[in-house]
Write a protein that binds this ligand. Structure first.
Ligand SMILES: [Zn+2]
Ligand SMILES: [Zn+2]
Length: 378
């Protein structure tokens, strides 16, 4: 029996205030590791922190192999996510090897290679029974938010049986990292919520990692025409390589005018993958009667919803947080080579250079960065 105890506390950066209880350590000779710790708005540091331990019998501790930085992490750094308390290790994406499991974990054992889902789910609550894992009563988005995350050498995963995915041998590791968050997000909240169908004309506003994920996964459903709209010509060029049939730089031309002139009465589905007023506005002005607006973007402010125009056009508007219920399906498409998400990876860094990785990802346009991979030092 492992003792049940609370998370180690380490509110002072660089200082470890860790309970050392014999028999609880994951590793025999090592009690600390490196992790990227949030110390309040604008402040992060690679810090020596305690290696996580099994707290509940449903936990696993995973040795991280590769992780990445999400736009959400940049939002946390800007102080936009008050739920993240100083002292939290950031990161909610990654792949790794199971180091230890609690007595109740049935699906995973030490040595298993796994994808860490950005959403934790107990699999038993009312929301989980509806596959709404994002609202799990003992989970949801907690990694790198309410509990320590994946930008570290080890991470504790609660409800491991429902929150990890076994990866087959030989699969490309960089591509697998994209399954933690961005691929299911683009697929579920953009493509599935938007009801993309064969022959549709669709528009994706925002050619960042999530917009690109919507672009890759939309092609499962054979839309006839895919517009990609962004302000960055380099990203639009990539979008063309990834399957966009038409690209529009909305800084250089009026995207709404162009789409309304090239289509009969607009697009069947407009997907918002930025989270701003102007981009939402493009989406609501290009959707045809009976069409769908699928909002993926994280909005920090209210938008100007033109309901007086939309209601009479029978528009469906959806928004949401990823459930990751399609991750097992997406994993199969990645393993079979049906989609190749590793092409979203533009940069590689070692964990020791993670501060530099944040700089590069934070200046994505200038650095021509899409997704950055952080590999452990050894
Ligand atoms: Zn993310
Ligand atoms: Zn649940």
């Amino acid at each position: 029996m492992k003792t049940i105890m609370k998370d180690p506390v380490y509110s002072v950066p660089g200082k470890i205030i860790s309970p050392q209880i014999p028999g609880q350590q994951v590793l025999k000779n090592k009690t600390t590791m490196k992790g990227l710790v949030y110390n309040g708005p604008g402040k992060i540091a690679l810090t020596e922190i305690p290696i996580p331990i099994i707290i509940k019998q449903t936990d696993a501790v995973v040795k991280v192999i590769k992780t990445t930085i999400c736009g959400t992490d940049l939002g946390i750094l800007k102080g936009k996510t008050p739920s993240v308390k100083p002292g939290t290790t950031l990161g909610h994406e990654g792949i790794g090897i199971v180091e230890s499991v609690g007595d109740s974990v049935r699906n995973f054992k030490k040595g298993d290679h796994v994808i860490i889902s950005c959403i934790t789910s107990d699999g038993t609550c009312e929301y989980c029974k509806k596959q709404m894992y994002s609202h799990c009563e003992d989970g949801g988005w907690i990694l790198g938010n309410l509990i320590n995350g994946t930008q570290a050498e080890y991470v504790r995963i609660p409800h491991a049986d429902n929150s990890l995915h076994l990866t087959p041998a030989g699969a490309d590791e960089d591509g697998l990292v994209m399954l933690s968050d961005i691929l299911p997000t683009g697929h579920e909240i953009g493509v599935i919520n938007g009801c993309v169908k064969p022959g549709d004309t669709i528009a994706i506003v925002g050619a960042g990692p999530v917009g690109m994920s919507a672009l890759l996964t939309a092609q499962f459903y054979s839309p006839a025409k895919i517009y990609m709209i962004d302000l960055d010509d380099n990203r639009l060029k990539l979008a063309k390589e990834f399957g966009a049939t038409d690209v529009i730089n909305s800084g250089a031309e009026d995207a709404v005018k162009r789409i309304m002139s090239e289509t009969k009465d607009g697009v069947d589905v407009s997907i918002e993958a930025v989270g701003s007023g102007p981009t939402f506005d493009i989406c609501q002005n290009i959707v045809r009667p009976g069409g769908h607006i699928a909002n993926i973007g994280v909005h920090g402010h209210s938008v100007d919803l033109q309901l007086q125009n939309l209601w009479i056009q029978n528009i469906t508007l959806t928004a949401g947080l990823v459930n990751t219920n399609t991750t097992p399906m997406l994993l199969k498409t990645v393993v079979s080579g049906k989609i190749d998400p590793k092409k979203l990876v533009t940069h590689h860094f070692k964990l020791d250079d993670i501060m530099h990785a944040y700089e590069v990802f934070g200046n994505a346009s200038k650095e021509k960065a899409m997704k950055v991979i952080i590999e452990m030092n050894n």
